[in-house]
Design a binder for this molecule. Structure first.
Ligand SMILES: O=C(O)/C=C/C(=O)CC(=O)CC(=O)O
Ligand SMILES: [Ca+2]
Ligand SMILES: [Mg+2]
Length: 365
């Protein structure tokens, strides 16, 4: 059964040899060319469509569905190159999984485990580096950096973070949680590659810097928000301040992390404490603006169980409890040549299961 039927139709940008980039939607294991539909659908990135706002998103989607339903030509995915679907403006990364925050504190800060005091009062985040957001399939060169006093070299504790990315279509500032769907165009999958040794040495007191800025991978497919079904958001205690209310929808996405050919984890996005609407409200609450193409990631998605965590730091307890892959090899952190694939599914707005596409990357020495 295809999770990429007519109820899904995520947007992407593709090209064929010696031809310009075109917008497309994924249908099964093929892509449907949208350039024939003209207007906002005949561009080399999604940015013009994203900037046009919800009324045009709905209208364009109706035309796309009609085109596909009428039996549009399909080009096999094996015959196209997929590109970054939009020009990434700014990139922000949150820290909104309570279980992830607890796990990381216990592993990295055993002297002060537990959530930071402010964690339940605001969605913690940091501003990342948009120029190193790369499309799925781009090889990831192992970063080098300071690993401790007097030591510079290749990271030995290279890790992943399985996250959900939200793509801003219409910019703005002081965006209330109730206006989320007026601004956010869609959802994608993100892998926030992280060098834990560089991070542990550099991060106090300003947070992640070179440990994460070398590469962030995203899926080539953006699932329009309207294809997703919102569900009730989790209870929050203490009650958030007014600008973070109402919380807005949660999304019941189930992620999957494969290390080479072994599925090692299934992170549950529904368990996130802060919603995407609250993250956007917080990000713009001081008067800062977001613009078309801004990407913000949810933070690492980790559930309660060991087979639900979104990072290998958690999965292998900082490398102390290695996992065995199906080929018999064992892993603490990423080795050269390892390939990571993050995928996701959910029951969409039409009541059928839809896929989020996937984000892959292979480690180069
Ligand atoms: O707790 C820490 O010191 C560090 C946490 C992270 O590295 C996670 C980060 O990038 C935010 C997230 O993905 O949740
Ligand atoms: Ca992250
Ligand atoms: Mg990163």
């Amino acid at each position: 059964m295809s999770r990429f039927g007519i109820e899904n139709l995520p947007y992407g940008v593709f090209s064929q040899p010696n031809e310009r980039r075109r917008l497309g939607v994924r249908l099964g294991s093929s892509v449907v060319d949208l350039s024939l539909l003209g207007g906002l659908l005949d561009h080399q990135t999604l940015n013009p469509l994203m900037a046009a706002g919800p009324a045009m998103w709905t209208e364009s989607r109706e035309r796309v569905v009609e085109h596909v339903a009428a039996g549009a030509d399909r080009i096999p995915l094996s015959e196209v190159t997929l590109h970054l679907p939009f020009e990434v403006a700014d990139y922000t990364d949150f820290y909104s999984s309570e279980q992830h925050a607890l796990n990381v504190s216990a592993i990295l800060r055993p002297d002060s485990p537990g959530l930071p005091e402010h964690w339940r009062h605001l969605p913690i985040g940091y501003h990342g580096r948009s120029s190193t957001v790369v499309v799925s399939g781009t090889p990831i060169r192992r970063p080098s950096g300071q690993l401790g006093p007097g030591v510079f070299g290749p990271s030995r504790r290279l890790d992943i973070e399985a996250e959900v990315g939200f793509v801003v279509g219409v910019g703005g500032r002081r965006i209330g949680t109730g206006d989320f769907a007026e601004h956010v165009f869609g959802v994608t999958l993100v892998n926030d590659w992280s060098a834990r040794d560089i991070q542990a040495w550099e991060y106090r007191p300003l947070g992640p810097f070179l440990a994460k800025s070398f590469a962030t991978s995203m899926s080539p497919w953006v699932v329009p928000l309207s294809a997703l079904a919102g569900v009730d958001s989790p209870p929050q205690d203490p009650e958030p301040l007014d600008y973070l209310r109402p919380a807005g929808p949660a999304y019941d996405l189930r992620l999957s992390v494969e290390w080479n050919d072994t599925r090692v984890s299934s992170p549950p996005f529904r368990s996130m404490y802060w919603t995407a609407a609250q993250q956007l409200a917080h990000l713009t609450s001081n008067g800062a603006s977001v613009r078309t193409g801004d990407l913000y990631a949810s933070g690492t998605v980790s559930g309660d169980r060991r087979d639900e965590v979104g990072s290998f730091l958690e999965l292998t307890r900082n490398g102390q409890e290695p996992v065995k892959l199906t080929d018999g090899s064992v892993r603490g952190f990423l080795e050269d040549g390892d390939k990571i694939t993050i995928s996701g599914t959910t029951i969409g707005a039409a009541g059928v299961e839809i896929g989020l596409g996937e984000v892959t990357g292979t480690i180069l020495p």
